[in-house]
Write a protein that binds this ligand. Sequence first.
Ligand SMILES: Nc1ncnc2c1ncn2[C@@H]1O[C@H](COP(=O)(O)OP(=O)(O)OP(=O)(O)O)[C@@H](O)[C@H]1O
Ligand SMILES: Cc1cn([C@H]2C[C@H](O)[C@@H](COP(=O)(O)O)O2)c(=O)[nH]c1=O
Length: 212
Amino acid sequence: MVARLVVVEGLDGAGKNTLTTALVGELSDRGVSVGRLAFPRYGTLHADLAADALHGGQAGTADSPHAMALLFALDRHAALDQLGELRTSHDVVLLDRYVASNAAYTAARLGPGRETEVLHWIGELEFDRLGLPLPDLQILLDTPTALAAERAGSRETTDPGRTRDRYERDATLQAATGEAYRRLAASGWRSPWRVLGVDPDVRGLADHVVGR
Ligand SMILES: Nc1ncnc2c1ncn2[C@@H]1O[C@H](COP(=O)(O)OP(=O)(O)OP(=O)(O)O)[C@@H](O)[C@H]1O
Ligand SMILES: Cc1cn([C@H]2C[C@H](O)[C@@H](COP(=O)(O)O)O2)c(=O)[nH]c1=O
């Protein structure tokens, strides 16, 4: 049996990590074995190149939406074995960000006029050419932009090592990314989607995660 692949998506500070942790707790209480992975995988080559660029270390790369998207895609490609192992040893694998992050952020950077082209490029690159598995379910945590920004900002105070990167500081980009995510979910891009507001019902969501 291969585990169900369930993705949690949303803006920076939306609460993805917090929701994923709550889902792991709820599913574990039900006896469901859960694997967990977050993208980008900080500490690995491509993810760290992307993170450097997001924090201003490689301005040239960060200035190119396609170069950034390729780094994130290559990080996922390098994780294929890890993902495969998680899927063969658990009932469910929860991913904090996946291919739709690349689609939403890249589409937002290039503008709505190029969204169709971006979705085609990212989908073909990551799923069709790099061979990443399609999710069984994608969850959009649709936290209002201002609240997500406030949460991401307050983390800087509680954790001084966690400075906001250039995407997180860009309110216009965050708003455009939120719009792009909503369109991905509404069109059912590459999987069924479920859209959640703030403080979602974790028990109800767990039913969907296991496919009930
Ligand atoms: N439902 C909630 N109510 C209040 N605070 C929350 C809630 N969910 C998350 N937070 C807080 O908001 C901040 C961001 O949450 P979290 O790290 O889960 O977001 P994220 O979407 O994973 O962020 P990022 O993508 O930027 O890493 C954290 O300080 C967390 O404690
Ligand atoms: C996986 C992935 C991420 N991004 C963007 C989205 C965020 O702004 C950062 C990652 O930050 P986080 O705090 O670790 O969530 O990178 C992207 O553009 N494309 C991707 O595939």
